[in-house]
Ligand binder design. Structure first.
Ligand code: CU
Length: 473
């Protein structure tokens, strides 16, 4: 919140937020309605396509995406089933798919050279894994992430509870942030040094489900489970529903004590998700603004809730909303080993110096404990080796002046303290936002063997070295 967005574009933000057609309602995404079968099979073809991001009268946008849409199809499956995904690479460069937040076996994690060879153009790769945890997740490439995700390769993955809580509608909003030219083309300046060394590739066009939205139709008295997924390269969203009191019931797929977020703002850093109960307490025929107010100086209206003229029911229902905890191993704080993790570098952050086991690679601008790792690294030394089944506290110490949403693969962790003060929620997450000069303590059981990436999910920070391997074995 202390940092201002650096757009780095020729025109200001919101270039396309005001000028689009007033009829562009939030659209539902194509999905694969997967049943309760033991194994659900689906094919994702990564290829170029043309999609209407801004909408008429603006031109279509050339993107890279899955199955012709960005975001890609919503993959839905039941908790406890298996998912089998054939990924066909029809791009002109190598790719992989990472299943963000899912506790998959290491060889299904989609990290090039670390867990699998990259899928070269023309080749296919089959991912096949069990789904132990219900919740809201997503998938994206882990090769040349800034450009591949930034050009549109991302999709949501929903694992449904065996007995989902009662709601009127289960709605998905995939939030994205695009850097577009005036012709609605994706600006090609990926890897710009300013983005790498500052706040990442912030865009100028926010979308919901791949389109610049204007309104979302809702009925008074309705209860909506709203699943929010932030697939942006760098932007943190801070959603405020004016006059409404949405309750957060899950974070990064994991149930949390239902609560109204501080200041009524639902904060989603890059890669984070939130499941929200949105009770439609507004009046029929009214319009309610949904603001994105994370960067205070550049708050804007993301979309409007457009209340239908008739009520669904006299008042919002009081149905219980209980989400059952996922089967995550409970960390043992008494026996937990403690590790200090220093996040360093970036603009105004001073020089990074190699203190780790390997020399600083070329192009590194960020470091974790004095080491940097590039996405193209074919060899590495683990930052830490954790004994299988043991508990660990990481104190993430942000010595930089930028936000870092830090993501650990293969595990979920509890956020137990911020600046050494215990958190109220002790929320489970797979991506935690560490603010400038902040320390955040997380704890988890290293119960998934293998080599797991631990990196910043601002994809430009990751591209400039803010990545490491945690070995569990
Ligand atoms: Cu970062």
């Amino acid at each position: 919140m202390s940092q201002r967005p650096h757009n780095g574009t020729v025109f200001g933000r919101r270039a396309f937020l005001a000028g689009s057609a007033a009829t562009a309602a939030v659209t539902a995404l194509p999905g694969t309605a997967l049943g309760a079968e033991r194994t659900n099979s689906v094919t994702l073809t990564a290829a170029k396509a043309r999609v209407p991001i801004v909408g008429p009268p603006h031109p279509m946008t050339d993107v890279w995406c899955y199955n012709g849409t960005s975001p890609g199809p919503v993959l839905r499956a039941r908790q406890g089933s298996r998912l089998k995904v054939v990924v066909r690479n029809r791009l002109t460069e190598p790719t992989t798919v990472h299943w963000h937040g899912l506790r998959v076996p290491n060889n299904m994690d989609g990290v090039p050279y670390v867990t699998q060879p990259p899928i070269v153009p023309g080749q296919d790769f089959t991912y096949d894994f069990a789904l132990p945890d219900a919740g809201t997740y997503w998938y994206h490439p882990h090769v040349n992430g800034s450009e591949q995700v930034g050009r549109g390769l991302a999709g949501a993955l929903i694992v449904e509870e065996l007995s989902p809580p009662r709601v009127d509608r289960d709605v998905l909003w995939v939030l994205d942030d695009w850097r577009l030219t005036r012709r609605a083309a994706i600006a090609g300046n990926f890897g710009h040094p300013r983005d790498l060394s500052h706040a990442g590739r912030l865009g100028n066009t926010a979308t919901i489900n791949g389109r610049v939205p204007t309104r979302f139709t809702i009925r008074a008295g309705e209860r909506i489970r709203l699943r929010l997924v932030n697939v942006a390269n760098a932007r943190t969203f801070g959603l405020k529903f004016e006059g409404h009191a949405p309750k957060i019931v899950a974070l990064d797929g994991q149930p949390v004590s239902p609560h109204e977020p501080p200041g009524g703002m639902i904060v989603l850093a890059a890669a984070q998700r939130a499941d929200v109960i949105l009770d439609a307490t507004g009046e029929p025929g009214t319009r309610i603004r949904v603001l994105d107010a994370y960067y205070r100086r550049s708050a804007y209206k993301l979309v409007e809730l457009d209340y239908a003229k008739t009520r669904l029911r006299p008042a919002v229902p009081d149905w219980p909303f209980d989400l059952r905890a996922n089967p995550l191993a409970a960390p043992d704080l008494k026996s937990a080993q403690r590790h200090e993790i220093l996040l360093e570098g970036g603009a105004m952050g001073g020089r990074i110096t190699a203190r780790g086991a390997q020399p600083m690679p070329r192009g590194a601008m960020w470091a974790i404990n004095g080491s940097a790792m590039m996405e193209t690294a074919k060899s590495w030394k683990p930052l830490l080796t954790l004994k299988h089944g043991t508990s660990h506290v990481f104190r993430l110490n942000n010595r930089t002046v930028f936000d870092h949403p830090m993501h650990l693969h293969g595990h979920s962790f509890r956020v137990i303290a911020r600046n050494e003060r215990p958190t109220n929620l002790r929320e489970w997450r797979d991506t935690v936002l560490v603010r400038p000069r902040e320390t955040v303590d997380i704890v988890f059981v290293a119960d998934n063997p293998g080599d797991w990436m631990f990196h910043c999910h601002i994809l430009e920070h990751m591209a400039a070295g803010m990545m490491a391997v945690i070995h569990v074995g």
